[in-house]
Design a protein around this ligand. Structure first.
Ligand SMILES: *Cc1c(COP(=O)(O)O)cnc(C)c1O
Length: 389
């Protein structure tokens, strides 16, 4: 299959075939894991494009081709974590740069920006769901990058990507979208005008909870080269084995996302009509405050649900320790269902007062809905509701 053929295929075909050409030497249908640090040169400086695995590795190259195709990008970089991508992207802006960032971004991003990178760069946090606040920040600060995350975690707030990117462009500011929660199947920020898109591959892209990884996609050669230069100099390039695992997991991304969403829709409705639930946050529900933006910019609503139990910390703890199929764990996006308590677990580092202000109360529970049979998942939740009655 020629590369130009692949471009015309649907994303469900791309996940399987881009970067998945049979091995030229042996015909092996699955790509080899090039578990090597270095490459033999025929004479000094004469090589086949590969010199050292921190710089390039053929298994990683295959993954990067695949990732680029999924976001409709020219370039992609695969790294050892989502946080490496964030670090290198900000570093590429140059010392002293200002970054306007959503005030409800992933906790690790917030920690990185406010305790480490804030020594060298300036961060301004705003509610990106409000275009007026974004414009005010753009007007007041000479920012190089606007950092969006949509939907956010755990409250699933949605920012209008197209509208916000256009605002940033007006002030000559570039935009990055952390697209982890949607995966390239349900949202494509580059098509909506963003300059960069990143994912924690740890989540849906790999989908099997056995790899930590991150990726960056862009159409801008100069920025791709800057970030690659940093990756090569600093060293968080994705390992050959982990690249291979992601290439293996990504083949089912389209079908997995479909199932995550199918289950999540049923569970969201089940929760919304449950007497022991105060309220449910799911972008696919009409009750979601930004449901119309979600419908416009997302191709699906994803597998993440947040809900408020009727009760307090005692009931929440009991609920979380009664479910069996929903595993009590941080992280998300794997085939298995997970449940967690943001106040005690993923968002514990946020001071209680701030947590309460943004809506992370003690009765808030987050679900990463997996692709098990829906009846088993509902039965598991039923049992937990009965236990706290
Ligand atoms: C997990 C996550 C990250 C961080 O990625 P790692 O692979 O854990 O470094 C960034 N953004 C979002 C939205 C995440 O869920």
């Amino acid at each position: 299959m020629k590369h130009h053929d692949l471009k015309t295929f649907d994303i469900a075909t791309k996940v399987i075939h881009v970067g998945g050409e049979p091995d030229k030497e042996t015909g092996a249908i699955m790509p080899p894991i090039f578990q090597t640090s270095t490459y033999v040169q025929s004479s000094p400086g004469k090589h086949k494009g590969y010199e050292y695995t921190r710089s390039h590795n053929p298994t990683r190259t295959r993954l990067e081709k695949n990732l680029a195709a999924l976001e409709g990008a020219k370039y992609a970089l695969a790294m050892s974590s989502g946080m490496s991508v964030a670090t290198l992207m900000v570093s590429a802006l140059g010392e002293g740069a200002t970054i306007i960032c959503g005030d409800d971004v992933y906790g690790g991003t917030y920690r990185l920006f406010t305790t480490i990178l804030n020594k060298t760069y300036k961060f301004v946090f705003v509610d990106t769901t409000d275009p007026k606040k974004v414009e005010h920040a753009l007007k007041t600060h000479d920012a190089s990058l606007l950092w969006l995350e949509t939907p956010t975690n755990p409250l699933l707030k949605i920012t209008d990507i197209k509208k916000t990117v256009a605002l940033a462009k007006k002030y000559k500011c570039m935009t990055m979208v952390d697209n982890t929660f949607m995966s390239p199947i349900f949202q494509n920020p580059l098509d909506l005008g963003a300059d960069f898109v990143m994912h924690s591959m740890t989540k849906y892209i790999n989908g099997h909870s056995d790899v930590v990884g991150g990726c960056l996609m862009t159409n801008q050669k100069a920025w791709y080269e800057k970030v690659w230069y940093l990756q090569n100099s600093i060293g968080p390039s994705q390992s050959p084995f982990d690249s291979w695992l992601v290439l293996r997991g990504i083949k089912t991304l389209a079908i997995r996302m479909r199932e995550h969403e199918r289950n999540a829709k049923v569970i969201a409705k089940y929760l919304e009509s449950h007497k022991q639930v105060e309220s449910v946050v799911y972008p696919g529900l009409k009750s979601h405050p930004q449901h119309s933006i979600a419908k416009k910019q997302m191709k699906g609503f994803g597998g993440m649900i947040t809900f408020y139990l009727k009760g307090g910390v005692k009931e929440s703890k009991k609920f979380l320790s009664t479910v069996k199929l929903f595993a009590l764990a941080e992280s998300l996006g794997g085939v298995e269902s997970l449940i967690e308590h943001p106040g005690i677990m993923t968002h514990a580092s946020i001071p209680k007062k701030v947590r309460e202000e943004i809506g992370i109360h003690d009765n808030l529970i987050r679900l990463s809905v997996g692709i098990e049979h829906i009846d088993d998942l509902i039965a598991d939740l039923d049992k937990a509701f009965k236990a706290i009655k």
